[in-house]
Design a binder for this molecule. Structure first.
Ligand SMILES: [Zn+2]
Length: 54
């Protein structure tokens, strides 16, 4: 799974990922400006800063 999230929701995204998979997720920063601008947080309307995956 992959969750994009902003700074405010990174902890929430980590919790959700752990709940759903039972494994500790990988947290990556969204580095590319183009990706940042085109991607919004799953939980609000801010641009995504992090991607949580596992
Ligand atoms: Zn957010």
């Amino acid at each position: 799974m992959k969750i994009y999230c902003c700074d405010d929701h990174v902890e929430l995204a980590l919790d959700v990922a752990v709940d759903e998979t039972g494994q500790f997720p990988v947290l990556e920063r969204v580095e590319k400006d183009a990706e940042k601008l085109s991607t919004v947080c799953e939980y609000c309307k801010n641009n995504a800063t992090y991607m949580v995956s596992n």
